[in-house]
Design a protein around this ligand. Structure first.
Ligand SMILES: [Zn+2]
Length: 326
């Protein structure tokens, strides 16, 4: 992909192009920034530029074609296998780097999620950084730099990726994803400055899931809880509980913002009318407590196997807090 087709990150791209033009590329870059912001896309475009016959990511020369097909013998991509990048992956890389590049003028290693190396892998990778192979650029990407070894960080030139703007995300959504308009609007509102691929993959189900969360919230006063529990079973069986909780938390936050007079902070803007009508049902203090309870449940459920029970307990708790409202 040419740099010109990448949405956002103009400054970063300029810096990389300048480093190449002045022949000032370091041994290793660390691209740091939120998940889904485009670090990998920029890294691949850089690898393409370094090896493109005309250095403009032409898309037609042999190097560009191999890279675009994911078959370039001198472009090495490493991602975590399971929770971590394994020592065996790094050992295999070391073996590959001991050979000369087959075609490339600049061989590129892209190590994604470098913050997911365990101590063993990180120490093995450190050896590559200490004695870097010739004509090789190492690009590491990470979200949580604090999880990485200081000795490793100090050998990388750091490049920070800022969150994307709404317009940039919308442009990517329109170009690369086929979403219905109402779904695209929802994804955009919940984007948090990044392209949330797993969230986007849920597509149309997101809208009905948010409706479910809203319906549950507004009907906590119902004495009958069976209906709510039945819906929660569906949420868990489709593995949607974390998004359900996210919607629940955001709806509560929006209600709280309306209560406090900060209507410009509302994320669920398409529900503004309903939310305005409902916001007065509960005092701000109760809404805040309920919001914090949802957030705590979200964190606890990540480590808790019985998600269904956790969600049921949350709804019972919310019913006690908010069920008498209205
Ligand atoms: Zn090319």
């Amino acid at each position: 992909m040419p740099f010109s087709s990448i949405f956002g990150h103009g400054e970063v791209i300029h810096k990389l192009e300048e480093a190449f033009r002045r022949d000032h590329l370091p041994t290793a870059y660390l691209f740091r920034g939120p998940q889904g912001v485009g670090k990998g896309v920029v890294a691949k475009a850089l690898a393409q530029m370094l090896n493109c016959r005309s250095h403009n990511n032409c898309g037609h020369c042999p190097s560009c074609r191999l890279l675009l097909r994911g078959e370039h013998p001198d472009f090495h991509l490493l991602c975590p296998q399971g929770k971590f990048i394994k020592i065996s992956q790094i050992q295999e890389l070391i073996a590959q780097l001991s050979l000369k590049p087959s075609l490339a003028t600049k061989r590129v290693v892209l190590l994604k999620h470098a913050d997911k190396m365990n101590a063993e892998s990180a120490n093995a990778f450190l050896k590559i950084l200490e004695e870097p192979p010739l004509d090789t650029l190492l690009i590491l990407t990470a979200v949580e730099e604090s999880l990485m070894l200081e000795t490793l960080l100090s050998r990388c030139q750091k490049i920070s990726f800022a969150p994307l703007g709404q317009q940039e995300i919308d442009a990517i959504l329109q170009k690369d994803f086929h979403l219905a308009e109402d779904c695209r609007a929802l994804v955009l509102r919940y984007s948090q400055g990044c392209l949330r691929r797993e969230f986007i993959a849920k597509g149309g189900r997101l809208l009905s899931l948010r409706s479910q969360a809203l319906h549950m919230l507004l009907n906590l006063h119902a004495t009958e809880m069976e209906g709510h529990f039945k819906q929660l079973e569906g949420v868990v069986s489709q593995n949607l509980f974390s998004y359900f909780l996210e919607f629940l938390a955001q709806l509560l936050k929006d209600l709280l913002s309306l209560q406090l007079g900060f209507s410009e902070r509302i994320v669920n803007r398409d529900l503004l009318q309903v939310l305005r009508e409902q916001a007065e049902r509960w005092p701000a203090e109760l809404l805040e407590q309920a919001f914090l309870k949802v957030i705590a449940t979200e964190i606890n459920l990540l480590a808790f196997a019985a998600k269904g029970l956790g969600l049921e307990a949350l709804i019972v708790d919310l019913k006690m807090r908010l069920g008498s409202g209205g």
